[in-house]
Design a protein around this ligand. Sequence first.
Ligand code: SF4
Ligand code: SF4
Length: 365
Amino acid sequence: MMEYRKLPRGTETISVIGLGNSSTGTAGETETEAVVAMAVENGINYFDLAASDAVPFEAHGRAVAGCRDQVYFQVHFGADYRSGTYGWTLKLEDIKRSVDWQLKALKTDYIDFGFLHCIDEEADLKEAETAGTIRYIKELQEAGVVRRIGLSTHTPVIANKLLDTGILDMLMFSINPAYDYRHGEYAVGEVDERQALYRRCEAEGVGISVMKAFSGGQLLSDATSPFGKALTEYQCIRYALDKPGVLTVLPGVRNREDLKRILGYFEASPEETDYSVIGSFAPAEAEGSCVYCNHCKPCPAGLDVGLINKYYDLAKAGDALARDHYANLEKKASACVGCGHCDRRCPFHVVQTERMKEIQEYFGA
Ligand code: SF4
Ligand code: SF4
């Protein structure tokens, strides 16, 4: 059964698994249309249109023709498909023509989430400002053509700069254990910096849609995993969904077979989604920080250790709601009996017996 998370600053409820389109085009239009139809039937309502070629656009338009108002398109301002393949541009006139092309191909006259596309460098951000692209997206929002504004980036510094402007409702960011632990092409930023970005998004009510959850497939095999040990798709999805701020993970699927396997996530056992094995290859900086994985369950006193830690970290990051959420917990840090079970079970060597005292002191309960 699909699960949904609400856009903090809106009423949209978004499926926790959406559809990425980095690979659909290879299967051709007919299969892509069938993939989208199958996704909709299974409750997926969030579709990212950063595709590797032009193939998926008309297929999406046809597949959602009868339910356009029940799905969300994440459309990228800066991805250009007019030649048939993906091109990246910062030129406003090209962006305008490409967005028109995308709307036409999708057979729609509005964009649910209009994203400033793939801005990874400060110079590119400046260019997007001086070329007028940001102003253009805002004008389209005022005109009702764009409903929500987003940014796709791999760079925490750029994400933070756009967050400073207050215009974002969504951030598309590359999240997986490899990038978070400084492995791979898009492992941008320090361990703490990346976690702080996720917490900032949650604290400020900006949702995150996750790209590259499997590190472009690298994490799925022992031979290519930077840890020398493969993780599964389900472990990677759970990992991303446990990060603060994350609303949806957008795996790129090639065909219905891939989608069926991804949807199996909802039937997977807790053991199949448990990613705590990453504790054994996390770098020193990650030691001692709770990642909310809940591998330490069950707590004999009934505490939800991961959730308590998440609310604590979020409250410290300035999330006013986190304090309320904590106050509503049936079992708070004060109920910890210091048995040490979680300390022994934690692969990240978090000393919760100490941390629970700290959390109790912070919240006063
Ligand atoms: S204390 Fe350790 S095992 Fe428990 S939720 Fe945090 S990181 Fe996971
Ligand atoms: S130390 Fe506290 S939080 Fe950890 S398992 Fe024991 S009672 Fe639960």
